[in-house]
Design a protein around this ligand. Structure first.
Ligand code: AMP
Length: 197
């Protein structure tokens, strides 16, 4: 069975966002044909869109999966619903948001799914955690993510802490089996503001 690497963006700003993100990683790891292989730390940042909402907690996770992209999206939407997400307003507050940022080298444009996610280049809260776990990350067209971070480096983004998460197994895998560990990055390339608590 072919397993591919998919990268998932996680976000939440209602309830207990840190807890919801950490539970979501466990839930993704429990999905059929999915295994989490790397997670970033937890980052806090002010909302984009409506400003009268709480700050967000964001993170990025890398998984190995044998699901098709559409099936993975359906499964992630199911986890959002299970976490109590309901639609509020465009770019509005949410219990849990799960986006497929990338799926192997695939480029998908269908009515319900665009991969790579079209907003990656503009989202500091995606770029910084993704580069934390995968400093050489590139999109299928070869564009290095690191090249975009400078342009969004003035956005406030605060590294909170490493995620509480333990990889299920360490044997050989497409990512080499090593779990990139989230530490408080002191590298301005992966953490533009270098502020930690
Ligand atoms: P969201 O507001 O992030 O929950 O996304 C709203 C809709 O965007 C979803 O119902 C998806 O059908 C669609 N969508 C398109 N591309 C993606 C993607 N790469 N990841 C997640 N959702 C996507």
């Amino acid at each position: 069975m072919v397993r591919e690497i998919a990268t998932i963006g996680l976000g939440a700003n209602l309830g207990d966002p840190v807890d919801q993100i950490e539970r979501a990683v466990e839930a993704i790891d429990s999905l059929p044909l999915c295994e989490v292989c790397a997670v970033s730390g937890l980052y806090a940042n002010p909302p984009i869109g409506p400003q009268d909402q709480p700050d967000y907690i964001n993170a990025v996770a890398e998984i190995e999966t044998a699901l098709a992209p559409e099936a993975l999206l359906r499964a992630l939407k199911g986890l959002e619903r299970a976490a109590g997400r309901s639609y509020t307003r465009h770019w509005g507050e949410r219990m849990l948001d799960l986006d497929i940022l990338a799926f192997g080298d695939r480029q998908i444009t269908s009515p319900g799914l665009t991969v790579p996610h079209p907003e990656i280049a503009h989202r500091h809260f995606v770029l910084a955690p993704w580069l934390e776990i995968r400093p050489d990350a590139r999109l299928p067209d070869g564009a290095p993510l690191a090249g975009w971070l400078e342009a969004v480096a003035d956005h406030p983004l605060r590294f909170l802490r490493a995620m509480h998460w333990q990889r299920r197994r360490d044997e050989s895998s497409p990512t080499g089996g090593a779990r990139p560990r989230a530490t408080d990055p002191t590298n301005s390339r992966t953490n533009p503001t270098r502020r930690s608590t």
